[in-house]
Design a binder for this molecule. Structure first.
Ligand code: G6P
Length: 471
């Protein structure tokens, strides 16, 4: 069983979602999330094959090539798979566990069984499309069993695995009833990549404490000095590869777009922006509460300040996501009710997915970007904002618990669990724009240099070169 693709990426989602209108017309729209944003340009560059789910149950259109030359190979998930594998094990067990229990993970045996089945199905599809000796790059927490299954089916393949979310400390990971199976699944890869050295260290510590595994070396960034050796002698390289963005994919800003947007907002002095998937890990409510308290204490003036919050719909049937959404929307309503005026809300809130070109105008228009997740693998929104401020304008408020804080340490860092800390960082950022313009610009320019130098191509090259070296 083998196909003719020498480079295959496999992720739970394809880079586009299939939509069927009430009149039966089918269209493809870009999928949400940082994984797709980062990988799309890499695949286009390599003209590879992308295996993934088309975003709706019970549909698997025939494989097709995108205009950019990427071969999309859809995998069908049934409604039962969607519930057990996607909403259940991936997003109600693993997601909260790997994000340090911001909500309590739920473990169900039926979900686990669906996760195993779906990983097997993905493996069968990959085995069918991958050429002899192909490079297969497996993405993220939904497919952690895939490397192990694939290695058994197709020992000729070179298998890389990259985790786009944090990897928790061994103490937390050990809650997982199927921890040994997940570790074994991952160790089917030749190279396992994480965003941060701290994530890689958590994984290596876990392996070191697992019977039958030996750990050699220490985790490094864009290096593979560390290895896990399994009981049958298979050596798995482990390293940190901080993901980044493709500045070009943000496009050119619309001529006059920023002025137009600011005029629509009522020409405020200060525009603050948040852009997130609507996820409880992102700390959207906390940032609204911090903003509300600054309005209450008159540290910020609602006549001259607006907050724009774009919240992309995500995983909407899962209870904790519904709760997060209703809390956010209640806070938006309350703040506008108290501090807005007719036709002049102080919080402009969208629960929509926006095209990149529009987002670019928002990023450019924002004086302060608020990125306050409780825990985040990297957070590419922070990097996108920085990429749009190569002139040194703007300021970034960034959670210490976002992976991006390791590289963007010139941001105004805050602890999102501490409202006073968010308030302090936001106020310092706002005041710095007028009060310390040179220092503010220096901070932004330093971050811009980092993002320009370490873009998504550097990330992909570093990972794929390390993977090639394991041959
Ligand atoms: C995060 C995950 C991705 C996921 C994306 C969107 O970025 O790391 O694997 O695709 O969120 O979430 P969704 O559940 O809609 O695929």
């Amino acid at each position: 069983m083998s196909g003719d693709n020498s480079f295959v990426v496999v992720a739970n989602r394809l880079p586009v979602d299939l939509h069927t209108a009430p009149d039966g017309t089918r269209t493809w729209t870009p999928s949400p999330g940082g994984l797709v944003a980062a990988l799309s340009p890499v695949l286009e560059h390599q003209q590879g094959c992308w295996v993934g789910w088309p975003g709706v149950s019970d549909e698997a259109p025939e494989p097709f090539r995108t205009d950019a030359g990427v071969l999309l190979h859809p995998v069908r998930l049934t409604e039962a798979d969607y519930e057990g594998f996607y909403e259940g094990f991936s997003n109600a067990s693993l997601w909260p566990l790997y994000h340090d229990l911001i909500v309590t993970p739920v473990y169900h045996r039926e979900w686990w069984s669906a996760y195993r089945d779906v990983n097997l199905r993905f493996a069968l599809e990959v085995a069918e499309v991958a050429a002899e000796g192909a490079t297969v790059w497996v993405q993220d927490y939904q497919l952690q069993l895939l490397p192990g299954i694939l290695r058994q089916m197709r020992p000729d393949l070179r298998i890389g695995f990259f985790l786009h979310i944090p990897f928790p400390s061994p103490d937390l990971f050990r809650q997982l009833p199927w921890r040994d199976e997940i570790i074994r699944g991952l160790l089917g890869a030749d190279l396992i990549g994480f965003h941060l050295e701290s994530n890689a260290r958590n994984f290596l510590d876990l392996c070191a404490a697992t019977e039958g595994l030996t750990v050699e070396g220490n985790a490094g960034t864009r290096r593979t000095d560390a290895h896990v050796v399994t009981h049958d002698g298979h050596r798995v390289a482990v390293g940190a590869f901080p993901i980044s963005i493709d500045a070009a994919s943000l496009g050119e800003g619309e001529e006059g777009g920023v002025d137009k947007l600011r005029a629509e907002l009522g020409d405020p002095e200060t525009v603050i922006l948040g852009v997130d998937r609507l996820d409880y890990t992102k700390g959207i409510l906390q940032r609204l509460l911090a903003f509300e308290e600054l309005l209450e204490s008159e540290a910020l003036d609602p006549a001259t300040t607006v907050l724009m919050q774009v919240a992309t719909p995500s995983r909407e049937r899962i209870e904790q996501y519904r709760v997060a959404r209703s809390q956010v929307e209640e806070a938006v309503g309350r703040i506008n009710g108290t501090f807005g005026a007719m036709g002049r809300p102080v919080v402009h809130y969208l629960h929509q997915s926006l095209p990149k070109s529009e987002l670019r105008t928002y990023y450019e228009a924002a004086d302060v970007m608020l990125v306050t997740p409780f825990k985040d693998g990297m957070n590419l929104v922070a990097k996108e904002y920085v990429a749009c401020h190569g002139d040194g304008s703007g300021a970034l408020v960034l959670s210490e618990f976002a992976g991006a804080a390791v590289e963007l340490n010139e941001a105004h860092l805050c602890n999102p669990f501490d409202l006073e800390s968010i308030k302090r960082a936001l106020l310092t950022a706002v005041q710095g724009l007028a009060g310390a313009p040179e220092a503010t610009a220096e901070r932004m320019l330093a971050m811009h240099r980092q993002v320009a130098e370490y873009d998504v191509n550097r990330w992909a090259d570093a990972f794929l070169t390390s993977l090639e070296e394991t041959r």
